[in-house]
Design a protein around this ligand. Structure first.
Ligand code: ATP
Length: 435
């Protein structure tokens, strides 16, 4: 179904997914805080990414590098130089252009639209701060604008300590910061956000094949987690759109309420980064192939996704409304691996014999699932609330439960109910909520 951005923003606020940051002080534009449900959804998205990219593979290892890195990293990567000229950003396609390079000052060379440029300003995308008490040029450091460079500068440490042979990948999830000229669309583009990036190092002659492999593998990840494939597409960058390091880039795009937009970029970064860091650091980052007695720079295929942006897309994609017995029902049809709570345990009433029974069931299941015990309001309202936050199963402890030691399990999507004995409950749920 098609929904508006407002619907999602309101649901996020009302149910505790995402709050505007610094709200009691009037808010800070484009910064957001993830509430109890949002943080759980976001963690689940990152966890599923890590599971598929690291845990389930034999050829990818993880890393968590610092946000603050030597300034030279950003000189070598090209980030310091690229955005220090007067720039305009196209409001339509969000590409940034150096004013002095524009052949026509009003025309975006990327999307061809006129009159969409922001005002020109001297602009560097990176946030600056100082290391230590003195505010001077020598102490200048940047907050990283991508996690990728943390991987390149640790390439040799990781390769040697883990005894890795090509092809192999290094994955990282973490915060990045960009002083975007045009943040917006809720959490789609923010100045502080989280990325999930993996650099896959391979032989140059195999780069084309790995590029195709990662496009397919990453697309499958979204589909496997329940994203509607009609809302997903792959868009290849035109040659004039490519980043300075790229020999080929595709975007995985999602059909957002405002149109198709990027979820993830998959790029063939060639040997650009390892070469640059070799040149700037003086450390030889070439790979030594013992059998062929050959030294060369590996090529890199990079699937770079946004954790916060992807979480937002899953939220939009899961949103559904239907009519049940003359009433509107809002359901988040989130995959059970992503849902903030997999279970809700609901005593039918507030009577102590029921709340105590429900607590015993909850205590048994808490080590296995994220769950919520909810005792307020009539049972129908509580079901609706759980539907709206995407909880796949509600377990109701009623008066019969005291006699038959069984509970009612209600399915979010079909609304069907099963009576399950408490001593079989774990086994039952294992089939309904597979890992
Ligand atoms: P865009 O132009 O759409 O903001 P980009 O093309 O500059 O993004 P990349 O440098 O390819 O983005 O970063 C990889 C991924 O990181 C993006 O696909 C996106 O999911 C995420 N990302 C980048 N910038 C932001 C941001 N400001 N806010 C949220 N997520 C972001």
């Amino acid at each position: 179904m098609s929904i508006t951005l407002d619907t999602i923003t309101n649901l996020s606020k009302r149910r505790g997914f995402v709050f505007p940051s610094s709200e009691i002080y009037g808010g800070l534009r484009s910064a957001y805080d993830y509430g109890p449900l949002g943080v759980q959804l976001l963690r689940n998205v990152k966890e599923e990414w890590w599971r598929s990219m690291v845990q389930l593979r034999g050829d990818v290892v993880g890393l968590d590098s610092a946000v603050l890195q030597a300034r030279k990293v950003w000189q070598a990567s090209g980030h310091e130089a690229v955005f220090t000229d007067p720039m305009v950003e196209c409001r339509n396609c969000h590409t940034r252009h150096r004013v002095d390079k524009l052949t026509d000052p009003d025309l975006c060379p990327n999307c061809g639209q006129r009159g969409q440029f922001t005002e020109a300003r001297d602009f560097n995308l990176m946030f600056r701060t100082n290391m230590g008490p003195v505010d001077s040029d020598e102490n200048l450091v940047y907050l990283r604008p991508e996690t990728a460079q943390g991987i390149f500068i640790n390439y040799e440490n990781v390769r040697t300590t883990q005894r890795l042979k090509l092809p192999f990948g290094i994955a990282q999830v973490g915060k990045s910061f960009r002083n975007e000229i045009t943040p917006g669309q809720f959490v789609f583009r923010t100045r502080e956000f989280e990325q999930m990036e993996m650099e896959y190092f391979c032989r140059p002659e195999e780069a084309g094949q790995w590029f195709e492999y990662w496009i397919e593998t990453r697309s499958e990840w979204y589909r496997n987690l329940g994203m509607n494939e009609n809302n997903l597409r792959i868009r290849k960058h035109d040659d004039d759109e490519l980043s300075h390091y790229s020999a080929g880039t595709v975007d995985v795009e999602y059909r957002f309420p405002w149109g198709w937009d990027e979820l993830e970029g998959i790029a063939n970064r060639t040997d650009f980064d390892l070469r640059q860091h070799t040149e700037h650091s003086g450390q030889d980052l070439r790979y030594y192939d013992q059998e062929a007695d050959l030294r060369f720079f590996p090529y890199v295929i990079e699937p770079a996704a946004g954790a916060t942006r992807t979480t937002f897309a899953f939220l939009i994609d899961a949103y559904d409304e239907e009519e049940v017995r003359g009433e509107k029902r809002v359901v988040l049809r989130l995959d059970h691996r992503l849902a903030p709570y997999q279970l809700a345990v609901l005593p039918l009433s507030k009577k102590p014999e029921l709340t105590e029974g429900a607590e015993r069931v909850a205590a048994m299941l808490r080590p296995l699932y994220n769950l919520e015990v909810d005792v307020t309001q009539a049972i129908g309202r509580r079901y609706r609330r759980q539907d709206e936050i995407g909880t796949p199963y509600c377990i109701t402890y009623d008066f019969d439960s005291i006699e038959d030691a069984a509970v009612t399990v209600r399915d979010r999507d079909t609304m069907e109910q099963d009576r399950v004995s408490i001593d079989r409950l774990e086994e039952y749920l294992r089939t309904k909520l597979p890992v």
